[in-house]
Design a protein around this ligand. Structure first.
Ligand code: SF4
Length: 411
């Protein structure tokens, strides 16, 4: 089953795999677990079967059971969608989960190759398997290309696939330092990082752009170690004398940031998002601010309760609540959009001496950062150059697909 999605940076999700396991603190509030739990008892037997057995009840609530369901009947879905879309792959699992066989992952990549009208966004926390498996995936696809049964492949194989963006999730610096170097060594037309849920300050500077005239590009991974990296004077990557040493290297192509949502969400300090936004701006890397999460942030001085001695929760705790009495429009405009009459006010957390986070719920918190949304996407030049000819010929391709996939006409 494929669904249109509320995920702000995708048009649609495609889930040929259901089920996962938690691997790091960013998984603590995994939305997919509760979604899977609900769908296990869906009245539609096809949906219930797809999710069957993937979750279990534990002393702490609901968790993944460790069962991962492969759904090969969903593999061809993107090939049947004519309209080009951004497709988030496996929103209910992780494509590189250890229970997913290599050949099945190759089958997923084959469908992405055969659906060049779409852009596929693959996001993983299994950076190591992604890195080690991709060369074998390429070999497998080249074998497929030689197979005469695949005469319907709409475009020759280009590697890395020009319409596939590969990304890693990063919730703190520790996992940034582990996952991003693996991503940078993985062949991909577009490499991106999703800093969501952002649980602490994270610096991506060394993976954005190196500096010219510095000699600080490290030969091991081509990243920049210059102390002044990303000042406005030193981000002209095209002029960098170190570049000939690593002509295949480039920085990250896209950064997403967002706070945590869900019942046990932890607040995100606005400065963490601002730092990522500003570093991306200097480096010329597109930045997408997805959401605040459950909390809105404000300056302490804008909270009238502060002057009257309000007691706040401890920084970043947020679990033991100090109930804030509903005070209508008690907050004045401050750093970001503040409370309005009707906002739910369950908890207030002091993030530092200047900033409070007020729990108002995900939709009320919204996705405005310092007065504007940030919706930048990577440029898709490589994809466009490879597929421009194809788009001109898309009608002919569609006719071929209609012949081989009769059910496609109704999609
Ligand atoms: S890797 Fe993703 S899908 Fe799997 S448990 Fe973590 S957040 Fe959930």
């Amino acid at each position: 089953m494929a669904t249109n999605t509320t995920i702000e940076w995708a048009d649609k999700t495609w889930s040929p795999i259901i089920g996962c396991d938690r691997v790091s603190p960013g998984c603590d509030s995994c939305y997919a677990i509760s979604t899977a739990r609900i769908r296990e008892s869906n009245p539609n037997p096809k949906i219930a079967k797809a999710f069957a057995g993937t979750t279990t009840r534990t002393a702490d609530g609901i968790d993944w059971s460790g069962k991962v369901n492969l759904l090969p009947e969903r593999l061809d879905e993107p090939m049947k969608w004519r309209k080009p879309r951004r497709v988030f792959v496996n929103s209910m699992s992780d494509l590189f989960h250890e229970a997913v066989p290599d050949d099945y992952i190759a089958d997923v990549f084959a469908r992405m190759w055969w659906s060049p009208q779409h852009t596929f966004q693959v996001l993983t926390k299994r950076h190591g398997r992604m890195r080690s498996l991709l060369p074998r995936i390429e070999t497998r696809l080249r074998d497929m290309e030689r197979d005469l049964a695949l005469v319907h492949a709409p475009t020759p194989l280009h590697w890395p696939l020009p319409n596939v963006w590969l990304g890693v999730s990063v919730e703190n610096q520790r996992w940034a330092d582990v996952r991003i170097p693996a991503l940078m060594r993985t062949p991909a037309a577009v490499r991106f990082v999703s800093c969501e849920p952002l649980l602490e300050p994270v610096s991506l500077r060394r993976w954005l752009r190196p500096v010219p005239d510095c000699g600080h590009v490290t030969p091991e991974d081509g990243t920049c170690g210059h102390p002044a990296a990303l000042t406005p004077e030193c981000h002209r990557w095209a002029d960098c004398p170190a570049r000939p040493q690593r002509d295949d290297w480039r920085g990250l192509d896209w950064v997403i940031a967002g706070g945590e949502s869900g019942p046990r969400a932890r607040p995100m300090h606005p400065d963490w998002a601002r730092q990522l936004r500003d570093d991306c701006a200097v480096a010329g890397v597109p930045f997408f601010f997805k959401q605040w999460g459950e909390y809105l942030c404000a300056r302490v001085e804008d909270d009238p309760g502060f002057a009257s001695g309000r007691a706040y929760d401890s920084p970043l705790g947020g679990r033991s609540s100090a109930t804030l009495r509903e005070r209508g429009s008690s907050f004045r405009p401050g750093a970001d959009r503040l409370m309005r009459p009707g906002d739910r006010t369950r908890r207030t957390v002091l993030l530092d001496t200047d900033t409070i986070a007020v729990r108002v719920g995900k939709s009320a918190a919204g996705r405005v950062l310092d007065g504007r949304t940030h919706d930048a996407f990577p440029r898709d030049d490589f994809h466009d150059s490879v597929t421009s000819g194809l788009y001109e010929d898309l009608d002919a391709f569609s006719r071929r697909m209609d012949e081989t996939h009769p059910t496609r006409r109704s999609s």
